[in-house]
Design a protein around this ligand. Sequence first.
Ligand code: SF4
Ligand code: SF4
Ligand code: SF4
Length: 964
Amino acid sequence: MSRLFRSLLCVCCCWVSSQPALGFLPSPLSLWPRMGSKFGGQKDETPEGVTVRLQPSPLAQSGHSPSNSLPEVSPTRNEGGSFSKGAIDRFLPFENFCPGMIGPSPQAKALRKKEEQAACDPLRRPLVIEGEYGTLKANLGGRIHLDSPQAVRAPAVSPTASELNVDPGLLRNEERTGLLDRLPPGSSLIVRDANFLDPLLLTVLVEDERTKFDPEKPQAPEIRLMLIAHAPLPCESSLLKGFSRIKIEPLRLRKKDIRPQVDLWLDNLGKHLGTRSGQTMQTVKVKLARDALQALEAYNFPMNDQELRTLIETAFRNLKTETVKEATAGSKWAFEEETRAPPCNFQILRREHIWPSSWTVALARKQWSLLDIFPWLREAVDTNLWPEAFQFNVVRPVFALWIAALFLGPQDRESNGFLNIFWCWWWPLIVLTYPLIGRAWCSFCPFMTFGEWVQRVRLGWSNLTGVGGGGGKRVKGGGGVLQKWPDRLMNKYGPLFLYWFFFGILIWEEAWDLPNNGSLSAFLLLLITGGAVVCSAIFEDRLWCRHLCPIGGMNGMFSTLSILEIRSAEGICKAECADYTCQKGVPVERAEEHKEARRRLFKDREFEAEGQQGVGGEKEEEEETLKLSFSFSRGSLVDENNPPTVLTPPEPTDSISFNDFLIDPTGSKAAAFGVSGLRGCPVHLHPNRIQDNTQCVLCTQCLQACEKGSAELHLRPPGFDLTQPDSPGRGRDAALAFLLLGNVLMRREGVMGKLMSLPSAWVEGVTLEHGLLTCVLLLMPIVSVFVIDRLAAALFTLTSGGQLVEPGKVRLQKASVEHAWEKLTDVPLPVLRRQDETERHSFIYMARAWIPFAWGANLAHYFPDFAEEGLQVLHAFARMIPQEWGNLQSSLLSILPGVSLEPHVTVFVQVASLLVGTLGGALVSQVVGRSRKYSHASVHAAMIVAGAVALSVELFDFRDLFVQ
Ligand code: SF4
Ligand code: SF4
Ligand code: SF4
């Protein structure tokens, strides 16, 4: 009974003593006993009704440690009753269930090893246990003590630093009733929050004759000292000479451990709920739903394991089961009637039990999974109809027809509907849709459709699934070997090539007036297609799209504004995935197995959503994690009454002819033959490591190829990438944003020519002057913003009394000019460094604020084309009807309605897009500047000036409207 009384005291003291340690959160040492007591277990009841669960340690179970109960106090030391009522009892913190570190992560494994070594250390070296708040460090100290041979005869006590600071007599006093005098040999003194310990007291502790450990003459101290610290201890390192150090990694670095930890806690909570009168009944089995696991793994747990445990315990109480209701209704969390022993009850702990609403989680993460919200979308993705079937069955023939019509049809936009759509629909629409669907154009782009077609022809039909490393079976008609990407070359020169290729195309467009020339427009399309085809024929996957395509560069840069993104759940990828099929692909041989696994996974999720047990889409967890009491049962994995259909994969065939390929070279055809694999990410991305949308071509391959269902299509706020402090600052994107601003200026050459009375040779035709002026206008934004930015930064530095450059870095100004081109190569170059970190400035990083502005300016530029000519597209198609076909053309033209927009509407859209772009850019510069501590005043100023100029130019175009 005295043991139980001590347990009661320890629970109460633990709660009281833990408060200062963690502030507003309950102590790690306090919660578990409280839950344990409430839910029972192998328990003894005290008069107050508070119970403590006693459980042998795993090492004790394995025969390693003699300890399986609260430590008995040496009778010789118990004289005077100090152990039952005195200072020592106040600090007995541990019930005998200290779970230690569980989980399959490498960090947890390493820690368990250290824990075992420390427990078995014959010299009982003192320890410093370090780790962030909430990593249950004191728990680990307790575990080490309980697993040591001395635990059978001596206790571990755990005062906090603040308690010792307030009353140093607790350690040693004149009556010699302090801890250092009264603790029996073999005890452990675990000092929590040792960082706050008075340095004098720390010295006393380390140097005391009973705790002192001398590395020169190693001998086990009578009392083992363990210092629990959340940061390096502020003392001389010589003082801690001879201490062993154990560091507990934060939970965010070992997300693999979340699942076993939660399962363990849920298992014990479920057991305790049904325990009554010392008899254990498993009444509630609680399984963590996948969505809940995803939510937990997506969260970074600033308070680590402690926070996780609190969440789970609270969630468990929130389970609205009859069992829980009944059990919690009683004052002692026990059933009132013996006959009401509940049957085993299976429950799912879902995300909404952990967080009140999934929207709360989504709002916190600013991401909503569209595949969960619209399940039909997931099925659509799995059918492979989008984008493959669409690309090969629709886009490919339509594009061929388009090119033919551009070459063979009328050459001006008024009379060629295809040319009209290209310049008056495609451009405004693609710019308009960037904030909505981002780079979705690239998922079905005709250029790469032909590139992939050629690639598959080179490889052979069935090997198309092996592209990207998945392997595959060759058939007749193929045999080519694709090269690996020259990554270093591409990273270095790819952005330069892309920029100048785009630059050249813009000059070509302007000088040769491509928008009014069908053949040249077709050549432009074929030029980009040619690049895609050549690269795809030589290199694996979509090298062209990742590094070289100018349209892809523009799409990627503007897709940072998009409200869609593809990302995966970090925890699942790190904790559960070993094969990375999202990136490597699924080979033909494993395709059916893969589909079956996905089918089971989503079936499980459906069951979970309905609150039932799944059919078994998951593997059993690694047994090592169950070293502690972990008897969670997953139940039957197979429903015997309704066994899952066993899919027999069809025999692989190599009899597919080249004609089959030409008729239907798609996934649907492949599925019919049963030889379909999945190729994984064609641009070599890993959805878990995507930093922003720039490189992802939204092909959805990873969604299909991920067997764990981790890759997701998210909805998010527009421009989310731009505001993230950890997304990279890319010189290529900055340069492209300014180039597209230059594109808008270039299109205003006519207006400028009139204003400045320039000769016609300067503003039209293939002349040197026109070429020069075009180059100047294309480069004007980047040069002017750079100069404004530098002047503003220099002015700021001078007026604030700072130094222009750091001492010893006088060459930096020169270097910033020398390396101007480096800005196009993804290498951030801090142009001006000051001594004060908060004033550091990065031109490239801040240049992202110009992306929204470039978007607004381009929309403002292209929209009038749509409003004035695009809406006349039917007339343009009608004019393509040959005159020889009688009066069909004129009849059609006479009956077709004339559709056009009022000029006021056009002006409104232009002004609105410019304002949205300017405000969006200013907002981004504010957020980015603050988060990175860069100076952003110059960006603001330059953007406002540019916005005002752009608005003036637009309004100048329509001045007649306002004059009237
Ligand atoms: S990057 Fe270029 S070639 Fe590739 S899909 Fe996009 S537009 Fe097409
Ligand atoms: S996205 Fe899927 S396949 Fe890729 S690493 Fe994550 S779990 Fe594995
Ligand atoms: S496979 Fe790669 S490119 Fe395609 S959606 Fe996934 S991450 Fe993006």
